[in-house]
Design a protein around this ligand. Structure first.
Ligand SMILES: NC(=O)c1ccc[n+]([C@@H]2O[C@H](COP(=O)([O-])OP(=O)(O)OC[C@H]3O[C@@H](n4cnc5c(N)ncnc54)[C@H](O)[C@@H]3O)[C@@H](O)[C@H]2O)c1
Length: 383
């Protein structure tokens, strides 16, 4: 008989994992069936709250027979190995963002997923938003023509107390990067989903405001295979929060700013008008288009991705954020960190061996944090 529900195990019960336990309660056809955390107190509290079996190691949970799928919400370094162990046990995997810390680990996860034939998703919930879906539809329709320029500016804020809330946070050994690997992945995913990946980048990273060993500011110039250029900036040093993506082409542009999406269409082609106009001050005329946003789904945010993942398992629904797509953000993260450390322009796909060597070196420079005041709190925006 065909299954009618998916039994989920949540691995890692901190700020995000506890959020997933809560959100699973409202997703049709999904059920929280087991939990796992290496912190016994957190584990017991969560298991008692939801009346589900508790496991102190992911391997025990995976072999327990209690679940069909897992959501991995541990610190990023563990995403890859836990996912591969889950696939080996015949379980579907929904990984938190970022997919993992290095491109080589991402390759390995993707290979394991393909070999298993199981569902593999990544928690890029911004893809489910109506304006993201509308933007993707505009780009995919070819309405913008050949892309000439892209830009991403993501100015966020994080306090020192945030960085001090976990020993793993903002360390090379525990997290594998700063703003690029923790806060920026959602926008890096959206940016590369809409504009594709560049062929080359030249990046820089800095630690401007916080007492951390990784970057709280990163920026890069990008060059695409067709010669288009782009600029990317991400930080946790800015207020109020600013998020903007621009994808500009020969026939129009889209601008995602805050929660808005604007689409400008050019009457013709910039390239052709440039060649053909005889007027000295003549030029392309653009008209702002009415953007028809798809209806907001009843289930939104993280839950939209988990609900879609559940239906993908049960009914073969197409994944909104397939795990394989998670590689693109890791390419940008690794590329900018590599370029920032070598001072060299980096070619994408990132040289796997070069990045493995760099991150292994950076891990050896990692210092144990003396100022940790542990807190496992869901971002109030998602609570
Ligand atoms: N999609 C989103 O919007 C979003 C938001 C926040 C965090 N995240 C992601 O979720 C992950 C966790 O972040 P967080 O903020 O919840 O961190 P956190 O520190 O609050 O929680 C991590 C939990 O994992 C547990 N843990 C550590 N190693 C483990 C292991 N090997 N096996 C089982 N449990 C383990 C810890 O004890 C802790 O309870 C990160 O990858 C982060 O990027 C995603």
């Amino acid at each position: 008989m065909a299954a009618t529900e998916v039994r989920f195990g949540v691995i890692g019960l901190g700020g995000m994992g506890s959020g997933h336990c809560k959100m699973l309660q409202d997703i049709p056809e999904a059920r929280l069936a087991a939990v796992c955390d290496i912190n016994v107190e957190t584990l017991q509290r969560t298991a008692e709250k939801y009346h589900v079996p508790a496991f102190t190691t992911h391997t025990e949970l995976l072999s327990s027979g209690t679940v069909d799928a897992v959501i991995i919400a541990t610190p990023h370094y563990f995403h890859g190995s836990i996912a591969e162990d889950a696939f080996a046990q015949g379980l579907h995997v929904l990984s938190e963002k970022p997919l993992c810390v290095t491109v080589s680990a991402a390759d390995s996860m993707i290979a394991a997923a393909r070999k298993s034939g199981l569902k593999f998703g990544v928690m890029y919930q911004m893809r489910s938003e109506p304006r993201s879906r509308a933007a993707k539809q505009i780009v995919a329709s070819g309405a913008l023509g050949e892309i000439y320029r892209t830009s991403l500016v993501m100015g966020w804020y994080r306090s020192q107390a945030y960085y001090d809330s976990g020993g793993w946070r903002a360390t090379w050994a525990g997290e594998g990067g700063g703003v690029l690997i923790n806060q920026a992945p959602h926008y890096l995913d959206l940016f590369s989903w809409l504009g594709g990946l560049p062929k080359y980048l030249k990046g820089e990273t800095r630690t401007r405001l916080h007492d951390i060993e990784v970057e709280d500011e990163a920026f890069a110039t990008l060059e695409y295979a067709n010669g288009a250029h782009g600029y990317l900036y991400a930080s946790t040093t800015e207020a109020p929060e600013h998020n903007q993506i621009e994808i500009c082409g020969d026939r129009g542009k889209i601008i995602l700013h805050g929660n808005s999406l604007r689409h400008f269409a050019i009457d013709g082609s910039i390239r052709e008008i440039t060649v053909n106009t005889t007027e000295m001050w003549g030029g392309p005329k653009s008209v702002e288009q009415q953007v028809n946003l798809p209806a907001e789904e009843a289930i939104r945010g993280h839950s939209a991705i988990t609900a879609n993942f559940t239906r993908a398992i049960l009914h073969g629904e197409r994944l909104i954020a397939p795990g394989e797509d998670g590689l693109a953000a890791v390419e940008l993260i690794n590329g900018i960190i590599l370029s920032g450390h070598t001072g060299e322009r980096v070619c994408l796909p990132v040289d796997r061996a070069a990045y493995d060597k760099l991150i292994a070196h950076l891990q050896t420079t990692s210092r144990t944090k003396g100022n940790v005041s542990e807190q496992r709190l869901t971002d109030p925006k998602f609570a």
